[in-house]
Ligand binder design. Sequence first.
Ligand code: GLU
Length: 505
Amino acid sequence: MQSQNYNKTEDGVRVRFAPSPTGYLHIGGARTAIYNWLFAKKHNGVFILRIEDTDVERSTTDSIQGIIEGLSWLGIDWDEGPYFQSKYIEEHKNAAMQLVESGHAYKCFCTREELDVKRKASLAAKQSVQYDRTCRRLTSETIAAKEAQGLPYVIRFKVPEQQGGICVNDAVYGPIEKQYQDIEDFVILRSDGSPLYLLSNAVDDIRDGITHVIRGQDGLANTPRQILIYEALGATCPVFAHMPLTLDLKKRKISKRTHGELVSVQFYRDHGFLPWALVNFLVLLGWHTSDDKEIFGREELIEAFSLEGIGRANSIFNYTPGDPKFFTDPKAISINSHFLRTLPIEKIAELVKDEFVKEGIWNPAYNSEKRQWFLSTLDLIRSRFHTLKDFPCLGRAYFSEDFPVDPKALKKRVLNYPNLKELMPRLADRMKQIEPWTLQTTEEVVRDFIQGLEEKPGIIINAVRTAVTGQLAGPGIFDVLVAIGKERVIKRLRRVPELFEETQK
Ligand code: GLU
């Protein structure tokens, strides 16, 4: 079997992401997709999405949908596909038959009971438990007779019996040798006629003209047998590049079972991550540049990416379930914050809109007459934020009259300072006179007001900030006052006696 005529590009690179749709798209799968995508982009190659859905019991349409949505959200676009492995089962079966005809595989009639007996005997004699190749030696007459009787059979691959072995020249792990004698004559077609995954995966890669197989380290166990299949089918082997595992701080493999939803791409989307920030973070789980650069733009990352940069050591996802401080790896948060602070504000506005809608504080005027105000306010408040959620939550007071006051402000010496009850409405009265309402005029009035008081300036400024924004920290206070606007500031300062009463409860 030879690979078909497929779209070839300059460098001829064709790679694929081949998820089994048995759950959501998790960060490990996304990382595999990203590495393949980057490699294709870097080499002007073709990136294929192939859904390996032959395990009908475990594959679900929800999962397929989740994978497609997750990749689309991340901005990982594919050039071909999605192809579905299940559509090619006949081709996989034919490949098995072709291998029988070419003498690379044989029909094995041994029953499960016979195999069990042999296995137990080998175990008792402390010998290898490999299949003893009985059926490899059957004459064509015996085979024909067994078939005529309608006896069921599997198809096994004929592993060479000579000395020597296979050398996997892995682009990440280097040369890995596997002796022929350590490989059993493995089954490629079951007695019900269904192909084994190992075969289907190799046949699909040949048909799709895959030049580089970039996948998780768990695929390494299959590789020597897949190379045998490639060679027997007369196809050129792709380059293999296996990626190290991702572990948590307790050295456990990142998995759905241990880490639940927090390893799904969806989780990051729901927690206000920017898609590119997640891509940037995931790339660094197992790959680095010689100068350990951490922040990349799209083009920059495509340019920098290479298989050589993938490390052999397992990467650490710095998170342990139950950690109350963070909901994910602090590096993921710091990368997200970086992009929140530096992306063009129009882009942030576009990304944040959904969050405002979800929180019920979206105002269509933010797209029309209030556009300038909306953009400059987002720009003002973003420097301390970590996720898109922070805009409508921590930043709620800028966009809504109904905002919470940080409970800490009611306890600490902020809003429970006794004189505030009387001072804040007085400041509000002074502010009423301010015209126009600018950085300079608000600052002059507040400073003048503070001058005549016994209280330290910090007490007044902190109280104003909390009364006006509900938050203990934020941008420069006069910027805040200008952004919130005269009328709303005055109204909120007049509410302080009420807030003070709450502090007394
Ligand atoms: N379907 C396999 C998986 O999800 C992919 C194996 C491969 O990439 O060759 O693990």
